[in-house]
Design a protein around this ligand. Structure first.
Ligand code: ZN
Length: 351
């Protein structure tokens, strides 16, 4: 039996779109690939996530190979047995595509070759036929799978001694598997989120996470500075929404944030109140920019109903009525509600 590390385990992002299904009886060949001109230095799940990032970047649904084999002999699920791959134009239905994760002059390990061969045998068993052994360049003008793997394929893929490798592990992004939490920041609605971000909105996210049951990484707080604990709690929350891979890295996206908070917080630009310009600026016969400012602020605060036009710079009866309405609505101003702004009215109006 072969062991295949499923997408969920290595942290795959959900498919972008829906890859076509291919019944096993349409499979007639088995294609071997390599990673390209450069050696592969990654280990474990990171191999898959790097391939995924490239393939999604090309506009594909996710990893285009049906399977990937690493140098330790681990087999990772890409499109798997039943989904159409994206590895060799015109051969993605008939061919099962497998990348051995090496590049350039890298020597394939005996474990990798054994795992690939075991995968081939399993493919033949499942399809009930002897699949043709191919290298990518048999179907497409390319250097893939490199000289070493191509020679191996042409020699009939000699290998033996496959042993399921122990799970390679590696870190899942944003998970609590020992991985370093993401240090990425994003800006949503004019506010910054992610490691190092500061503000009341950060506290609000933390409090909402705690309330939703995703507060276990806090040893103190939540507080106004975004820490790794915020990232880890947020990642747990993202996973609860069905995100995985880099979509669950603990850095908010607009959708998850809206779900958590009910709405996207906006940037509140707290402007300092303008200084009170003096009583002599207001009243019948006066015309200046302070009167316009006063009127605009009354409107903003919901006391603009007497304006039929404006507000503008010329003092009007509507200004007087609106100021009076504002004064009457505030206990500390009501007893002296003359419809003319004094320093107290001004201060409250702009607070
Ligand atoms: Zn290839």
């Amino acid at each position: 039996m072969i062991t295949i590390i499923p997408r969920a385990l290595w942290g795959a992002t959900p498919w972008k779109g829906t890859p076509n299904s291919v019944p096993l009886d349409r499979r007639t060949e088995f294609f071997v690939h390599y990673d390209g001109g450069h050696p592969v230095g990654r280990l474990g799940y990171a191999i898959m996530r790097a391939i995924e990032a490239v393939h999604i970047g090309q506009g594909w649904s996710g990893v285009g190979y049906n399977f990937v084999v690493d140098q330790a002999g681990n087999i990772y699920e890409g499109r798997g047995w039943n989904l159409q791959g994206a590895h060799c134009p015109d051969y993605n239905v008939s061919g099962i595509g497998v990348q051995i994760a090496i590049g350039g002059d890298q020597e394939p390990s005996a474990a990798a070759l054994a795992a690939c061969r075991a995968l081939y045998e399993e493919a033949c068993r499942r399809t009930g036929r002897t699949l043709a052994k191919r290298g990518h360049k048999d179907g497409f003008a390319t250097s893939c799978p490199g000289t070493k793997l191509y020679a191996w394929v042409k020699a009939g893929m000699p290998a033996g001694g496959y042993q399921p490798a122990p799970n390679p592990g590696g870190s899942l992004p944003g998970g609590n598997t020992g991985a370093k939490p993401s240090r990425k920041q994003v800006t949503i609605g004019g506010l910054t989120y992610g490691y190092g971000a500061k503000g009341d909105h950060v506290t609000r996210v933390g409090q909402a996470l705690v309330k939703a049951g995703y507060g276990k990484h806090y040893t103190s707080g939540p507080g106004p500075v975004w820490t790794d604990a915020d990232t880890e709690n947020y990642a747990a929350y993202q996973r609860s929404l069905g995100y995985s891979g880099t979509a669950a890295d603990g850095v908010p996206g607009e959708t998850s944030l809206k779900k958590l908070l009910g709405s996207i917080p906006g940037k509140v630009t707290a402007k300092p109140a303008p200084p009170f310009p003096g009583r002599d600026k207001f009243g019948p016969g006066k015309s200046n920019a302070h009167i316009t400012l006063l009127g605009q602020q009354l409107v903003r605060k919901g006391y603009g109903k007497h304006y039929t036009s404006g507000p503008g710079p010329r003092w009007s009866a509507a200004d007087n009525q609106n100021v009076r309405a504002f004064q009457l609505a505030h206990k500390e101003l009501a007893k002296d509600a003359d419809g003319l702004p004094g320093p107290q009215t001004w201060k409250l109006l702009f607070s």
